[in-house]
Every structure is written in structure tokens, then in C-alpha cells.
Design a protein around this ligand. Structure first.
Ligand SMILES: Nc1nc2c(ncn2[C@@H]2O[C@H](COP(=O)(O)OP(=O)(O)OP(=O)(O)O)[C@@H](O)[C@H]2O)c(=O)[nH]1
Ligand SMILES: [Mg+2]
Length: 403
């Protein structure tokens, strides 16, 4: 196996020397040959110079791409991936150059990868050749993972020296990305990942839009939706000791938006449709309530209310199934999903009552109508999530163009 470790660098002169020595002295049981590629964006602190000096100590194993200016980590990786594929590397490992990721994990991550060559596209996308490069895949065998994610949030992983607020923010970010993008990995924002070459062929052919921090999420999202097998390997993330972080608030807010854009705003569209369906259901409920109890007087108060609830919730189930959560190849109407939906509606009613009473009891809100607004909001949010992820299943939403 030919392995290329890749780092983007911007002002990492305090770290890059140690990174190079550590990566290039890694030992592999299976005789894997490891090379290291640094993509430097004309760092003012002379990072590239250090790499050039080191190159003499590691002939043909240390590579450098020098770019004209700070073009973003994502764009650096895109260039690195193209170069790696053109050189015939079979496994490519992304790692930050600030010593936050421990290179000692690389051999273990590599052992989780699928070692067999692979022909053509694995998923729903054609394996077009990025920029005229030619893949030489021979066999169709798949054992082990197609990509490995260095994960802080699986058992054994962590970020011990992170401040509590940073940890909280990162966890929220990971949760948000999972929620919106529907990718079943615990750590989607991390930058320590390993890929088999054929996955990168497909990713580059598909086209990755992000040039910055969001690149990490976008790659995982597409690879997941192409049905490639990803696995998480526990890593300990260490706070950088030297150099300055390039992370800032703008990048974070941008990522919040990009998570939606990359999925074709599916989450927002579903939320809006769920809301409209709920309003329609409420109207049905009122009409039934009025007809059976007040107009025709065929049912008592409770019986009428229960019937109105059952019929309007069933209507919601049908509309949500055929419209809100209509997914590619999605399952259609079934009794079991209908029962699950009714149960979640009942659960929602419980939440509504709990929030309403808690707010009034604690006197956080004195106006009953306002308290009920919060109650309905909480109910809708919970019901939406239960519907999306439980009742209608964890469908892999086939990216943009779903709705
Ligand atoms: N080539 C290139 N590399 C970059 C760029 N921005 C960041 N990097 C590198 O990407 C890696 C991760 O960046 P960091 O600044 O450490 O970002 P972070 O890990 O999210 O944040 P901290 O660990 O808190 O610093 C490091 O190796 C950086 O040098 C860029 O614009 N171009
Ligand atoms: Mg870092």
C-alpha cells in the first residue's frame, strides 16, 4: 500500500519540522511506504522553507506544493488529492500540521481501510475522471472501510485539554451537522481522516464546493451518500501549542449555512412542510370537533376530541409520508409507521402539557396564550425530529434535488 499523508499549512513554522519527522518515521507492519505532502499557502513565517530544508533528509518521500497565497484549507486538500491520485497513492490521510492530531494513529487507521482495489463507482455517481487523471482500479472487492474518520466523540476519543466552552461549541457543531446533514457519524467536523483512492476519485469527479473549513463536512457527506463505508476511529485531540488558530466566528457561521446548502436545504424544506401539514391537521381537528360535538351533536366532548385527534393525526401521517418526508425510494404508507406516528403525536401532546404547565408554574411566563405558544413550538420541534429520524426512518437523503 502506498500511503500519502497530507497537511495544509499556513504559518506552521513552529510545528511543521516535528510533524515531518514524526510522520516520516512511522513504522508499518505490512511494509506500507509512507510519504508526506505539505501544501503551503505562501506562509509569511517561512513554513515552506523548513519543508524544503527537510526534503534533503527524506529524499522522494517529502513533497511540497507551494501556492501563491492563503486560498483555504479545502482548496489545499483538493489540490493535494488531485496530485495524490495522479501519483498513484492508494490511501490518503489528511492531518492538521499543528500537532493537534497524533500521527501515531495513522498505522491503526490504515489497518481499518479496505486494502483491495476497486473498479468504478461504488455509489450513485459515475466515476468521471477528475481533470484527466486516469484511475487504474482492477478488482471489485470490498472489505474494511472506504474511509476512516478520526473521531473525538466515539469511545476512547476526546479532547482532554480543550476548554469547556470550546468542547461544548464543538459538540454542538457536530450535533448540528449530524442533525441537518443526516450523516450518521459522531464527529463530522474533524480534520484527521483517511481515504481510499477510489473514494477521492468520486469526490473530485462530483466536485467539492467548499474551500475552507466546511470542506471536511462536505467530503464526508458526499462519501456517505455515495454509499461508501465510513468508520470512526477514536483520536485524542490536543490543543495547538505553537502558532495561531485560523478558526474564527465567520468560518463557524458560514459552516452553519453551508450545512444546509450542501443538502439542498432539505432540513428547512422538511421543517416548513411539517409545519404546514401540522396547520392543516389542526384545521381538520377543529372542523371535526365542531361537526361531531357542536353541529351534529353525535358525540360527547371527550369522544369527539379523541376522534378529531385520531383523524387529524392520521391525516398528518399521510401528508407527511407522501409529501414532507418523500425520499428517493422511501417506504410508502404502512400500519407500523402510522402507529409510530400516532404514538409520537401523543408523546407530543404530553410535551405540550409539560411545557405549558412548567412555564406557568415557574412563573417564567404569565400569559397563558404565550405559554401555549412555547408549548406548541416545543411539541412541533420534538415531533418533527421523531418523525424525521424515527417514524420515517433514517433515510439517506440523496443530496440536492430531493424535494
Ligand atoms: N494551505 C492552507 N492551510 C491552512 C489554511 N488555513 C488553515 N490551514 C491549516 O489547516 C490546519 C488546521 O487549521 P487550524 O488553524 O489549526 O484550525 P483548527 O484546527 O480548526 O483550529 P485550532 O486547532 O484551534 O488552531 C493547520 O495545519 C493549518 O495550518 C489555508 O488557508 N491554507
Ligand atoms: Mg488546529
Amino acid at each position: 500500500m502506498k500511503l500519502l499523508v497530507v497537511s495544509g499549512t499556513y504559518n506552521e513554522s513552529g510545528n511543521i519540522g516535528e510533524m515531518i519527522d514524526t510522520v516520516l518515521s512511522l513504522q508499518f507492519d505490512d511494509g506500507t511506504e509512507v510519504h508526506y505532502l505539505v501544501v503551503d499557502d505562501n506562509s509569511p513565517d517561512g513554513t515552506a522553507k523548513i519543508v524544503e530544508q527537510k526534503a534533503e533528509a527524506y529524499p522522494k518521500r517529502l513533497h511540497l506544493i507551494k501556492r501563491s497565497g492563503k486560498l483555504g484549507l479545502g482548496s489545499a486538500y483538493k489540490e493535494a488529492f488531485q496530485w495524490a491520485l495522479s501519483q498513484g497513492y492508494e490511501a490518503i490521510c489528511q492531518i492538521d500540521a499543528d500537532l493537534s492530531h497524533d500521527p501515531a494513529c495513522i498505522p491503526k487507521m490504515l489497518s481499518l481501510l479496505n486494502f483491495h482495489s476497486f473498479q468504478g463507482s461504488h455509489g450513485s455517481h459515475g466515476s468521471k475522471e477528475p481533470n484527466g487523471l486516469k484511475p487504474e482500479h482492477t478488482e471489485v472487492v470490498n472489505r474494511g472501510a472506504d474511509f476512516v474518520i478520526g473521531s473525538r466523540y466515539v469511545h476512547g476519543g476526546g479532547a482532554a485539554d480543550w476548554r469547556r466552552d470550546r468542547k461544548f461549541l464543538s459538540l454542538c457543531g457536530a450535533f448540528y451537522a449530524r442533525l441537518v446533514m443526516g450523516v450518521e457519524f459522531k464527529d463530522v467536523t474533524g480534520g484527521f481522516n483517511m481515504w481510499r483512492d477510489y473514494v477521492l476519485w468520486d469526490l473530485l469527479a462530483r466536485g467539492i464546493q467548499a474551500n475552507g473549513f466546511f470542506f471536511q463536512l462536505e467530503c464526508k457527506y458526499y462519501a456517505y451518500n455515495m454509499n461508501y463505508q465510513g468508520t470512526e476511529f477514536p483520536i485524542q485531540f490536543a490543543e495547538r501549542k505553537r502558532g495561531v488558530s485560523k478558526m474564527n466566528r465567520k468560518i463557524l457561521f458560514e459552516a452553519l449555512f453551508l450545512a444546509h446548502r450542501v443538502t439542498g436545504f432539505t432540513f428547512v424544506k422538511q421543517l416548513l412542510r411539517f409545519g404546514c401539514t401540522g396547520l392543516l391537521g389542526t384545521l381538520t381537528n377543529f372542523i371535526l370537533f365542531y361537526l361531531t360535538i357542536i353541529h351534529w351533536q353525535v358525540l360527547g366532548l371527550n369522544a369527539g376530541a379523541v376522534l378529531a385527534f385520531l383523524l387529524s393525526a392520521s391525516q398528518n401521517y399521510i401528508v407527511n409520508s407522501l409529501w414532507t418526508f418523500r425520499t428517493v425510494g422511501g417506504g410508502g404508507l404502512t400500519v407500523s409507521k402510522w402507529l409510530k406516528f400516532l404514538a409520537s403525536a401523543l408523546f407530543g401532546l404530553g410535551i405540550n402539557l409539560a411545557v405549558l404547565n412548567a412555564l406557568l408554574y415557574a412563573e417564567w411566563v404569565t400569559d397563558k396564550l404565550l405559554a401555549q405558544c412555547f408549548g406548541v413550538l416545543a411539541t412541533m420541534s420534538v415531533n418533527f425530529l421523531i418523525s424525521k429520524y424515527y417514524v420515517f426512518g433514517k433515510q439517506r437523503e440523496k443530496e440536492v434535488g430531493l424535494l
